[in-house]
Design a protein around this ligand. Structure first.
Ligand code: F6P
Length: 526
């Protein structure tokens, strides 16, 4: 059944008209507003009190989730039912962070065994016990992977810089653009560099190209094929391909087809995080995520942070006509969070058909973008305050800093609160140029401080929000068929860029191909 045919959906369409008759300021001014709309889960508080919502509407939104049987489907997610219906797989990322005895039985052993292996490996690198080909310890780690095999690890390594326990320098190469790899390799010594190749499929173009470039560089500089075993490890589910590449079995860590790429950083895919934080820090990240899993699985709807976030998003996107969502971390260390959430939320829920293949019939995921505050205030916040577009935003901020400048942190928090307040309340003046309309719904997420535990908790929150939105729209949040067409077309165009380009492209693309060919020819002639 389409979402728009649900009883609650129809009721919400009626309610949308009346809620918007009252300005957001009036909604947020009731005395109990914060207590009514904020939920704390361990070290993280999710404040939904600036959402454009009232208590009766929330009740109907939760009825919507009930009509979609959210409780039963959540438990199906955790117990390993086939929730990824087009690829016929479970999505068991929650098992990656559950204690060994709390995982589904068949999965628990493999997950636990691999985690123990990964931690032991990381300890050898961190302590310097592991030696490179010339007997020196590793000083630099180059992570090669893209999408779900990159964004989470780079986010966590960057965000948790204050919690690194090792002196290893971390580098990330994702783009097939040769300058990405060149830029990193330029400063490295092959004898003290470890390459971590992360690719679930081990066939992804960008990762394959970059891994090959790294391998050539290493062999050329060390003059030895044997050096590969001391300088390359892989994380993949394609063990045949990792072996063909020359990576020994003992240097290969598993990822499984029942974990989606964008949900995989909790496994050995997070090797750079493990190498930066050490086994204890990585475990704290897993524990933080598990804490949110338990909250999501066990809390009633009205106190369930991910479910609430999901129904507010549905309300905003489907009933208030909002089509874009800004992620605004007020923490420089979380500057990569918008990129990470772009993949998590839009690759998961940027879909147009229901599980049975019929059109979803309503809008699904909005355009997600963002950047860190306060710097964004001096750039695109003008559009947020006085532009013509409707939007919603998430603010993320830590209550406690990890530096010793309390005033700087107070300013940071003051600015964060000022922005969400301005977005909600606005300012009426006689001068239209100075009028700020307000009425924009936002959520503020407050971490006690930015730690492995709070980050794990936060990222798991977003994963479950995505799941809940997907189940209300009845879409498959765990596949990504839309990205395949571009890959196929690029294969054909790659060949045509080398050979005769004059076959069967549209006139626009043909024009561009001719242009590149002319450039190439001119370069050859010079
Ligand atoms: O192209 C999209 C995608 O399939 C993502 O879903 C995935 O995270 C990424 O490519 C990388 O895939 P792999 O880990 O197999 O290299």
């Amino acid at each position: 059944m389409r979402a728009s045919d649900l009883k609650a959906w129809k009721e919400l369409s009626r309610l949308a008209r009346t809620v918007l008759d009252i300005p957001l300021t009036d909604h947020i001014n009731s005395a109990a507003r914060f207590d009514e709309f904020a939920v704390t889960v361990g070290p993280v508080t999710f404040d939904f009190s600036k959402q454009y919502i009232d208590a009766p509407t929330l009740k109907v939104l939760l009825k919507l989730a009930e009509e979609r049987d959210w409780k039963r489907r959540t438990s199906a997610l955790f117990t390993g039912d086939v929730v990824n219906t087009t690829e016929h797989r479970p999505a068991l990322h929650t098992a990656l962070r559950a204690p060994a005895n709390a995982q589904p039985p068949a999965i628990g052993d493999v997950v636990h065994r691999e985690l123990v292996r990964a931690k032991a490996f990381a300890s050898r690198i961190i302590s310097g016990e592991w030696k490179g080909s010339s007997g020196q310890a590793i000083t630099d780690v180059v992570h090669i992977g893209i999408g779900g095999s990159h964004l989470g690890p780079e986010l966590a390594v960057t965000a948790l810089a204050d919690h690194h326990c090792s002196a290893l320098k971390m580098h990330f190469v994702a783009n097939v653009d040769g300058s990405a790899m060149a830029c990193v390799l330029r400063h490295l010594n092959p004898e003290t560099t470890l390459f971590v190749i992360v690719s679930k499929s081990f066939t992804t173009l960008e990762t394959a190209q970059n891994a090959q470039a790294a391998r050539n560089w290493l062999v050329e500089r060390t003059g030895s094929l044997e050096a590969i075993s001391a300088h390359f490890i892989a994380v993949s589910s394609n063990l045949e391909a990792t072996a063909d590449f020359g990576i020994a079995g003992e240097n290969t860590f598993a990822i499984w087809d029942w974990v989606g790429g964008r949900y995989s950083m909790w496994s050995a895919v997070g090797m750079p995080v493990l190498l930066a934080l050490g086994p204890q820090g990585f475990q704290a990240l897993l524990d933080g995520a598990h804490e949110m899993d338990e909250h999501f699985r066990k809390s009633p709807a009205e106190h369930n942070a991910p479910l609430l976030a999901a129904v507010f998003a549905i309300w905003n996107y489907n009933f208030l006509g909002i089509n874009n969502h800004a992620v605004l971390p007020y923490d420089q260390r979380l500057r990569l969070l918008p990129n990470y959430l772009q993949q998590l939320e839009t690759e998961s829920n940027g879909k147009r058909v229901q599980h049975d293949g019929s059109p979803v019939g309503v809008h699904t995921m909005a355009i997600l973008w963002g950047g860190d505050g306060t710097t964004g205030q001096h750039a695109y916040h003008q559009l947020l305050h006085q532009g013509t577009r409707a939007y919603t935003a998430d603010f993320i901020v830590a209550a406690r800093p990890d530096h010793d400048r309390p005033d700087a942190h107070r300013w940071l928090i003051a600015n964060c609160l000022a922005q969400s307040q301005a977005m909600a309340v606005g300012a009426r003046t006689d001068d239209p140029h100075k009028t700020v309309p307000g009425n924009h719904p936002t959520t503020t997420i407050v971490l006690d401080h930015l730690s492995p535990r709070s980050l794990g908790n936060l990222l798991a929150f977003y994963e479950h929000q995505v799941f809940c939105q997907g189940l209300i729209w009845d879409i498959n949040s765990f596949d990504q068929w839309g990205v395949e067409l571009g890959k196929k077309l690029a294969d054909g165009l790659f060949a045509k860029l080398a050979d005769d380009p004059r076959v069967g492209e549209d006139a626009s693309t043909q024009g561009l191909l001719d242009h590149f060919h002319a450039e190439l020819k001119a370069r050859k002639e010079n």
